[in-house]
Design a protein around this ligand. Structure first.
Ligand SMILES: C[S@@+](CC[C@H](N)C(=O)[O-])C[C@H]1O[C@@H](n2cnc3c(N)ncnc32)[C@H](O)[C@@H]1O
Length: 207
């Protein structure tokens, strides 16, 4: 998602240090909970906001690399006064090293950019290399949950050789939305209203 440039986004993010993290300190009180979750490419925050309300004891970190989109998300979260979310305007590729002191129960990849051209496939968030980096950030039995409408990204993800610590526990080509454990972003709502199948893959860390 590339938002139209929002001039207010940078000053807004700078002005909200309690919500918007510029660096990660695993010893900070926000991360001292039993359950941590990470969404990579959180977009405008629809998913993370609903999930944070559903799971008030889980602390969510919402990572979004686009400055303007991140600003929109941060504003929504601040207005909703949901306390268990922190936002970071950063790219997973650049920041994952600084996540090493953290372990997540769940990492969500929702409707990640599909990069449909073959020559761009290395940019997809579900390359074997990136999934391996994500696996290292999970607690034992932690999960990476992938949802996409995109057939190319879905097939590509299934082909990836995953880290031996990960096992695929769900591969659902036509995922029926589960209101009890999941949330729907505007993206997913639009795709579903167009009659598109949503594909879902879940990996679990087994060692
Ligand atoms: C298509 S949007 C989906 C947004 C949201 N997950 C949803 O379901 O509404 C994908 C988002 O991922 C972000 N993104 C892509 N690669 C990223 C990365 N490496 N690190 C952080 N954000 C990323 C993009 O900027 C974009 O906003």
């Amino acid at each position: 998602m590339r938002g139209r440039y929002k001039k207010w986004a940078k000053p807004y993010l700078d002005d909200h240090p309690d919500l918007v993290l510029v660096s990660l300190d695993p010893s900070s009180p926000f991360f001292q909970v039993d359950s941590l979750a990470l969404e990579i490419g959180a977009g405008k925050g629809d998913f993370v906001l609903q999930m944070a309300k559903k799971y008030p004891n889980t602390h969510f970190l919402a990572l979004e690399r686009d400055l303007s989109v991140c600003g929109i998300m941060a504003k929504k979260i601040e207005e909703a006064e949901v306390p268990n979310i922190r936002v970071m305007n950063a790219d997973f590729d650049r920041i994952h090293d600084s996540f090493q002191g953290l372990r997540f129960q769940t990492i969500y990849l929702n409707f990640s950019d599909p990069w449909p051209k073959k020559r761009h496939e290395k940019r997809r968030l579900t390359t074997s290399d990136r999934l391996t980096k994500m696996a290292k950030l999970l607690v034992p039995n932690g999960e990476i949950r992938v949802k996409t409408d995109n057939d190319i990204l879905y097939a590509f993800t299934l082909e990836q050789k995953t880290d031996p610590s990960l096992t695929m526990v769900t591969n659902d080509a036509n995922y029926v939305f589960d209101e009890a454990t999941d949330a729907m972003s505007e993206y997913e709502r639009n795709f579903r209203s167009q009659g598109k199948s949503i594909h879902r893959i879940v990996y679990r860390k087994i060692q």
